[in-house]
Write a protein that binds this ligand. Structure first.
Ligand SMILES: Nc1ncnc2c1ncn2[C@@H]1O[C@H](COP(=O)(O)OP(=O)(O)OP(=O)(O)O)[C@@H](O)[C@H]1O
Ligand SMILES: [Mg+2]
Length: 315
């Protein structure tokens, strides 16, 4: 079948009904996910897991449509193409890693004579060299997550869907899993949800940000940052004598505002003109034997964008 997108949704909507309560968890979202690695971001309760569960066919769709590489979400054809790691994977705790991978391989219809070979390849990829015969319940969080990823890949899927794959891990465990995800993205499309923005920023080409079940924006990371970048008249200066320089700057008429930042301990400057500012700083250098450690415009992080977007929603 001809298809244009890895994942495509048309007005995908989910309403949970519980007794007399109704929750609109996903509200007419339209996704067009191209090959590559795509981040799906949003705060707690934004609707990420609900969307992913509809893509997997794990829960019913209230309204709208969803397709995986052109196949209807939830169909056998669609499911076969996806490797899925849920937010809270449930392992049969007394199974060992090799037993679990064999079980997953059978479940996904890997041919019997290919199972052992496929498990060996995957264990090698994930450097799973620990004692693989002990029960999974005895593994560390990071090991469990590796086994989860390995089992999601056992049938050589064409698309990997990961729902907050690093949530319960410590920073080293997180980095480790993210390195594997990055490596995997060379060969396979990945749709990854997270609220750890710094991680997503490092590995994803594009992101979609959702809040309250609605898409707030979807674009490449540089574009997203550009929309929300700091104003052009903001500079950050770090010298060997910041307090002296700050005093001089505050006295100058060319400077709109200058302050010592509590977090980075550098001088932040809002100026009236870039050339004038550069001239002013050159004068200070020659006058006071200053050493400039850095002088640059602030970088916008995905975290800044996220906070601005969430704040604009509240207004
Ligand atoms: N089974 C359910 N029954 C009723 N409401 C639900 C159910 N699952 C989720 N919700 C509600 O739907 C909304 C979206 O939840 P969802 O779990 O999809 O968000 P999320 O973005 O994955 O959040 P998190 O980052 O915490 O995992 C929330 O308001 C949540 O309380
Ligand atoms: Mg979730």
């Amino acid at each position: 079948m001809k298809f244009k997108y890895e994942i495509e949704t048309k007005d995908l909507t989910k309403i949970y009904h519980k007794r007399s309560n109704q929750t609109l968890a996903v509200d007419h979202i339209n996704l067009k996910i191209e090959p590559g690695i795509h981040g799906f971001l949003g705060p707690n309760g934004a609707g990420k897991t609900t969307t992913i569960n509809m893509l997997m066919g794990a829960i019913s769709i209230t309204e709208g449509k969803a397709f995986i590489k052109g196949e209807k979400a939830g169909s056998i054809q669609a499911r076969k193409m996806i490797g899925f790691l849920p937010q809270d994977p449930v392992f049969y705790g007394n199974m060992s890693a090799t037993e679990y991978l064999t079980y997953s391989a059978r479940l996904f219809g890997v041919k019997k004579n290919k199972i052992n070979n496929q498990i060996m390849n995957i264990l090698e990829f994930f450097d799973l060299t620990d004692d693989l015969s002990k029960p999974i319940s005895k593994y560390s969080g990071g090991m469990k997550q590796k086994v989860g990823l390995a089992s999601a890949l056992i049938h050589k899927p064409k698309l990997l869907i990961l729902d907050e794959p690093t949530t319960n891990l410590d920073p080293i465990g997180r980095k480790n899993i993210m390195d594997y995800i990055k490596k995997l993205s060379n060969d396979i499309s990945i749709f990854i949800s997270s609220h750890i923005l710094s991680e997503i920023e490092q590995i994803c080409e594009k992101v979609t940000i959702i809040n309250n079940g609605r898409i707030m924006l979807t674009d490449t990371i540089p574009n997203v940052k550009n929309y929300y970048s700091h104003s052009d008249d903001h500079f950050i200066l770090d010298t060997n004598s910041n307090s002296v320089v700050l005093e001089e700057l505050i006295r100058s008429e060319e400077i709109v505002k200058a302050w010592l930042d509590d977090e980075d301990h550098k001088i932040h400057i809002v100026h009236g003109g870039k050339e004038k500012l550069q001239k002013l700083i050159s004068n200070l250098i020659s006058k006071q034997n200053l050493i400039i450690k850095s002088f640059h415009q602030p970088e916008t992080s995905l975290q800044d964008v996220f906070i601005k977007l969430m704040n604009s929603e509240d207004d």
